[in-house]
Design a protein around this ligand. Structure first.
Ligand code: ADP
Ligand code: 5GP
Length: 211
């Protein structure tokens, strides 16, 4: 939580299949006071996915109406379906003092940055293109055509890493989660974040004239 009491906004992006959802789900279990934002999508739920847990699954009509109402902090068409982050949901979490992670694609990340909102961006890379392909196949969620499409998009997306503040290579899962946690903790320890607490502690010291 910053001096203003508002939380920090983290953005995590990675090519589909890199493991960003797996990583961030572990991260929010590990780090207190860190919440993963729940996106809205017009994509149908996959087997095992739950409305209000994995995503807020809504119709295309409702999605378009939310776009018209300016309800999204960012939104994008990703692989033919619409995905968006609710501005109100994010603001509620941040104003409660929670740090929030948006797991969004590179188009969405660009929109948030272009609004001048302060964010900490983490780009997650797979160890190689062939490992990414193995993970997409191993996940068994996508058709062969979808996998090919995801790999094509990945070839373009990986070049966007330099627009982010941090890069994490998702090689070994536990180690990658630890590196993500280290980033969150380091951002929380910045002087601008710690100033109020530091001043409270300093206030418990004598003024130092006699020492
Ligand atoms: P994304 O959200 O980036 O599309 P997922 O979190 O769905 O990716 O992960 C894609 C697949 O890769 C899943 O089957 C997941 O279990 C697996 N995976 C994630 N991280 C690792 C890792 N470090 N090592 C091996 N497999 C991983
Ligand atoms: P999936 O359909 O596999 O769950 O997600 C596909 C892609 O959509 C992923 O790259 C994911 O990061 C992206 N995505 C999920 N939610 C959002 C969102 O709210 N906004 C944007 N821009 N992308 C999102």
């Amino acid at each position: 939580m910053s001096n203003s009491g508002r939380g920090l906004l983290f953005i995590v992006s990675a090519p589909s299949g890199t493991g960003k959802t797996t990583l961030v789900e572990r991260l929010v279990q590990l780090v207190p006071n860190l919440r993963m934002s729940r996106s809205y999508t017009s994509r149908p739920a996959r087997a095992g996915e739950q409305n209000g847990v994995d995503y807020n699954f809504i119709s295309r009509e409702r999605f378009d109406a939310m776009v018209g109402d300016g309800a999204f902090l960012e939104w994008a068409d990703v692989f033919g379906h619409c995905y968006g982050t609710s501005a109100a949901d994010t603001d509620t979490l941040l104003s409660q003092g929670h740090d929030v992670v948006l797991v969004i694609d590179v188009q969405g990340a660009r929109q948030v940055r272009s609004r001048g909102i302060e964010t900490v961006g983490v780009f997650v890379l797979p160890p190689s293109a062939s490992v990414l392909e193995q993970r997409l196949r191993g996940r068994s969620k996508d058709s062969e055509e979808q996998i090919r499409r995801r790999l094509e998009v990945a070839c373009r997306e990986v070049h966007e890493f330099s627009g982010y503040e941090y890069v994490v290579v998702n090689d070994e899962l536990d180690a990658a989660v630890d590196r993500m946690a280290a980033i969150v903790l380091a951002e929380r320890a910045r002087v601008k974040m710690m100033r109020r607490r530091a001043e409270e502690i300093i206030g418990t010291f004598a003024d130092g004239k006699d020492t």
